[in-house]
Design a protein around this ligand. Sequence first.
Ligand code: SF4
Ligand code: SF4
Length: 285
Amino acid sequence: MSPAMPVTLNKTHPCFYAGAKGKYGRLHLPVAPSCNIQCAYCRRDHDCPNENRPGVTDGVIGPEEASERLERALERMPYISVAAVAGPGDAFCEPERTLKTFELIRRKNADIALCVSTNGLNVKDSIPHLCDLNVGYVTITVNAIDPGIAARLHPYITVDGITIRGLEAAHILISRQIEAIGRLKDAGITVKVNSVVVPGINEQHLLFLAKNMGTLNVDLMNFLPLIPLAGTDMADAVPPSEDRMKRLRQRASAYVRLMHHCTRCRSDAVGLLPQDRSSSSASYI
Ligand code: SF4
Ligand code: SF4
């Protein structure tokens, strides 16, 4: 393995730096088809709602197509500063697809910021490779650090082809997420933690979670209200109101910097943040 490249940040990531929103854009590359955990609010025929708005992405693409899509997008939208993998499944369930995508991009483009979102279960072994490729930003979704709460939100995980359920699964998921956050921070990577806010399950736990994420020096936290999805265990759940979300963000900001402008994009979104058009349906891309 070659020595890790220094991670360079120039504050042009429109999600991590609110000041960049409206000036710089992102391209989500939907190269991650599968997932290694089950979240109670997710339907796997939709985009991963841990980062995205649940919806059906226009199609999964391979690393070569992803790299070409970025080139075409940059010709039309030179203000795109970030290329990201954020679904439709988990970016490290099949890590070779995500890493190959970043490799192909880096061969042609030394400057663009690379960014990836994951549930954190399987990212650890890829961290040296992420450093080699100068991937500057990683988001991990952590919904709870209490195994009893996490087990209600993530009924099972899959590790090395084996399905693990209940509290044992929750313990493994939490410990891997926390270890990954520490290692990513040690590697100089900017880390965001996403948390889906589920009233009656983790809402009262989230200030404690934010305090712990602050202790781990997480750079940014992003609370996402549950979107109840038909066909899931949470189809009839009542999502938190805007007011409750606002109060939660205010209180948590005592411990960690909070994101207030997430537009919850598609896993194939392109353009400036308020825009959420699909890159595959944009005729010029
Ligand atoms: S990590 Fe994302 S894709 Fe996987 S089950 Fe959870 S919400 Fe769905
Ligand atoms: S989902 Fe949120 S964090 Fe991700 S690209 Fe969109 S605005 Fe940024």
